[in-house]
Design a protein around this ligand. Structure first.
Ligand code: NOJ
Length: 507
């Protein structure tokens, strides 16, 4: 243990994303809440994660599921109260789980008092107002500008109910430092920073031809943002207990991502490169090599509340492939150096729910695109805890959850899978327990071992991980024993769409 005392907790942490609206509903209004999350903390302890990330639970009109914040220092009644939050943090800490909260600095809600004042013409310099819009588009589709009755336009890179702050105004900067202090003083271990590359826009707001995350985009990734994170880092470091921040940073290249992860800036940024890669050993190897070569503290993500669940992304014409690949990808991810972010429900192998009726859909992506884009509701369907009842244990009996759950959730519920050695949940538990034992005893560095080109085979000291992305079984390297496998490993062969952890002898 002592040898590793200087390694910060977050370097190898497994962090579990609680999408609060869909995790557990204690109040009985069909929407998940903080008290519900608190009651289910034992699930996370048994799963074996190190930390939880709570998506926004602040006062909000819910134009974007809470990513539209009206009061950054309070809890929306839908999610509970500050007392519920404090109780959740206390219980999590008592169980040895760290707590990260989501901070939304790019935009507020239109219901925020500052924007209400701005509507009346007061303090407009806190937002981005212009007499004429430019050609920028909302990420959710449609124009990024909305006109007020007095003829002025305000910028919103997301929904009209999410006006973008003007980070060139020192008042905005000071306000966010104070908001961070508010939550640090309440005991949070860190922050997940929403749209972390978006806060500044290029001076003059020039028109764009392409609004993707290119290095020279006037919309994203302006250099001024780094000054903000240097201030935030100073604040985090002024608190005891290794408080940290992980940025939601979307970039075209890993070089651009690495700009955010520096000794005096953010400790981590989500690395979405794996999630965007196809099922291919070559593609995965490239992502791993580039990540480890460019990002000082690596992170890995397979799913979150904004993307199609990876069981479904990996599905093929051959049913069941998606789940097999998802489990195999998990083993690879958990064997890689760095920290892993899990999304609620992936431990159950939940698929994307595709058949949500249009009238039940709530995502502004669906609404703003007038149904042309399905939006993200399909990965946000409330968690199934037990096989029966009106909501599979998500809400109290007799309550309808905010999004309909498919019948297939019964067999996928936590209770249905618990104790079944063949279940996805028990597989996750075994994998996390095994990783916990190994992670601080193996070197951070990874070494590639010779393999078939359709497979990934790498080692970290005595741990060898092999992942078969091809269509034929691949021969495993010499090993002493099999630590964990996603399926049968017979005759030293790993079948397609499977992965294994092996123990080898190191001299
Ligand atoms: C990223 C969040 O993860 C997503 O859910 C949200 O819609 C946007 N940022 C805007 O806040």
């Amino acid at each position: 243990m002592t040898r590793h005392m200087d390694i910060p907790w977050w370097r190898d942490a497994v962090v579990y994303e609680i999408y609060v609206r869909s995790f557990a509903d204690a109040s009985g209004d069909g929407v998940g809440d903080l008290a519900g999350a608190r009651e289910r903390l034992t699930h996370l302890k048994e799963l074996g994660v190190d930390a939880v990330w709570l998506t926004p639970f602040y006062t909000s009109p819910m134009a974007d599921g809470g990513y539209d914040v009206a009061d950054y220092r309070d809890v929306d009644p839908l999610f509970g109260s500050l007392a519920d939050f404090d109780a959740l943090v206390a219980d999590a800490h008592a169980l040895g789980l760290r707590v990260l909260v989501d901070i939304v600095p790019n935009h507020s809600s239109e219901a925020h008092p500052w924007f209400q004042a701005a509507r009346r013409g007061e303090g407009r310099d806190r937002y981005i107002f212009r007499d004429r819009p430019n050609n920028w588009q909302s990420t959710f589709s449609g124009p990024a500008w909305t006109r007020l009755p007095d003829g002025s336009w305000y910028l919103h890179l997301f929904a009209p109910g999410q006006p973008d702050f003007n980070w060139r105004n020192p008042e905005v900067r000071a306000e966010f430092l104070d908001i961070l202090r508010f939550w640090l003083d309440r005991g949070v271990d860190g922050f997940r920073i929403d749209v972390a590359m978006g806060l500044f826009k290029a001076e003059g707001l020039p028109d764009v031809e392409d609004q993707s995350f290119m290095s020279d985009s006037p919309v994203w990734g302006q250099p001024e943002v780094h000054g903000v994170y240097r201030e935030w880092r100073e604040l985090l470091d002024s608190y005891p207990g290794e408080r940290m921040a992980v940025g939601e940073v979307w970039t075209d290249t890993l070089e651009d991502l690495a700009l955010y992860v520096r000794p005096d800036e953010l400790q981590q940024s989500f690395n979405f490169a794996w999630l965007q890669a196809p099922w291919s050993a070559t593609a995965f190897r490239k992502v791993i090599d580039e990540t480890l070569a460019t990002v000082p503290f690596a992170t890995w993500v397979l799913s979150n509340h904004d993307v199609v669940r990876h069981v479904t992304r990996y599905e093929t014409a051959d049913p069941g492939t998606g789940l097999s690949r998802a489990k195999a990808a998990l083993l690879a991810m958990l064997a890689l150096p760095g920290s892993a972010y899990l999304y609620q429900g992936e431990e159950l192998g939940l698929p994307q729910v595709q058949d949500i009726p249009p009238e039940a859909r709530q995502d502004p992506v669906f609404i703003q695109s007038e149904g042309k884009l399905p939006g993200r509701d399909g990965c946000r369907v409330p968690m199934p805890w037990s096989p029966g009842g009106d909501s599979f244990g998500f809400s109290p009996e007799g309550v309808t959850p905010w999004l309909p759950q498919p019948g297939s959730f019964a067999a996928l519920s936590v209770a249905s899978q618990t104790g079944d050695p063949g279940s996805t949940l028990e597989f996750y538990r075994r994998a996390l327990a095994c990783r916990r034992e190994l992670v601080r005893t193996i070197p951070y560095e990874l070494e590639w071992l010779a393999s078939d080109e359709d497979a990934l085979v790498f080692a970290r000291g005595p741990l060898v991980c092999a992942l078969n992305c091809g269509t034929r079984p691949v021969r495993l390297p010499p090993h002493e024993n099999v630590l964990l496998a996603t399926g049968p490993v017979e005759g030293g062969l790993l079948p397609p769409d499977h992965a294994v952890w092996l123990q080898r002898q190191v001299s």
